[in-house]
Ligand binder design. Sequence first.
Ligand SMILES: C[S@@+](CC[C@H](N)C(=O)[O-])C[C@H]1O[C@@H](n2cnc3c(N)ncnc32)[C@H](O)[C@@H]1O
Length: 259
Amino acid sequence: MSDSNKNVYLDDRIVTIYANKTKLYEPEVTLFAAIKDEVAGQPIFDIGIGTGRTTPFLRELSQDYLGCDYSEKMTRYCQQLYPGVKFATVDARNMKEYRDGQFAFVIFSFNGIDSVPPDDRLAIIKECHRVLKPGGLFAFSSHNIEKPVYGAFHLSNIEFTLHPIRLAREFQKYFTGWGHHLKNRKHEVFTPDYTVRNDNAHNYTLMHYYISKANQVKQLQSFGFEEVRIIDRKGAWTDATTPDTTSSWIYYLARKRRA
Ligand SMILES: C[S@@+](CC[C@H](N)C(=O)[O-])C[C@H]1O[C@@H](n2cnc3c(N)ncnc32)[C@H](O)[C@@H]1O
């Protein structure tokens, strides 16, 4: 898996797509309700902010807020949308700008952590652990390996409509997706612990990491996280052993071991 995903997040059309998303997803409503008392007024680090969808909700919890993204197009957008709020263009694989134990809550929302190659994803978890204070909370979502991924050729990629122009656009998008997938599918990786898939995100332009709940919990524990809690796509608390073939992605909330 190369670092080609970054080019997608530097594309103005993709920035516009994220700019139209302003609400929390159901698991985030559950997550924020669970952490709000503990992180109120504490330093919060929001990684992979995109166009700042989570910014107003997290700033409601604490004004001590910092958002970052490795795409300068995204951080520039956030700076314009929320003047006076702190944003930085930073790659989560190396956050040397930030001190050990600087934050009480670190979040990498909406599967951004799955955008990097597998070893780099581990580096991100390590960095998030480092910048958290002992007992601090880390939350992120990640693609669920148990839910089948539909290939580019699957007809579910077409939204059928009686409107001829819209239908023509749907077919154009469908065949463009074929092209992207034919180019990207050779980079797919299948291991017993995780996969890297060229899924339908942004019409098959991205490669994404997929993992099971049980393996994700083990991975977090190996970095010194404990009390790992899990939220399914509908926003319900669940556990690592309950099979889930319907959540396309899953939220994790973990605590850095107290000193
Ligand atoms: C799927 S988008 C989600 C955007 C936003 N969090 C939201 O929920 O709308 C993933 C974001 O993570 C950012 N990202 C991916 N890898 C990153 C990395 N290594 N460091 C910082 N940001 C990263 C991308 O630029 C993109 O803005």
